[in-house]
Design a protein. Structure first.
Length: 119
């Protein structure tokens, strides 16, 4: 009988710990680097933008680019992704795979290139 009570206590304790960690929703910021193709930016705008981010990838990109209105207007229309822009990371085009709507959970470098970029 004593053994059964201890197993029950251990189960309750481990369940509580798991639920407690889920409730805390611990998220560590990750490093995101955006490399902007020269045809999308003005001369005085940066080629690379770096930040520590968390959350949904496309939201992080919007936030990082928002200070650069010329770049932002070429990438987004009414807060939606404009067609004809490639978001490439690790040889994958992220928008066509639906990966821009995913939670960012690892360091990333994304190249942002227009479809018609001249080689």
């Amino acid at each position: 009988m004593y053994h059964g009570i201890m197993q029950t206590c251990n189960y309750i304790r481990s369940s509580t710990e798991v639920n407690s960690n889920k409730a805390k929703n611990i998220v560590n910021p990750v490093k995101l680097t955006l490399k902007i193709h020269r045809s999308l930016r003005e001369i005085n705008e940066p080629e690379k933008i770096n930040a520590e981010v968390e959350g949904i990838l496309i939201d992080a990109i919007k936030e990082m680019i928002s200070p650069y209105q010329e770049i932002y207007s070429q990438l987004f229309n009414s807060n939606k992704i404009r067609p004809g822009i490639l978001y490439i990371s690790n040889q994958l085009e992220l928008s066509s795979l639906g990966l821009l709507e995913e939670e960012i959970d690892e360091d990333m470098e994304i190249k942002i290139v227009p479809v018609l970029h001249g080689g």
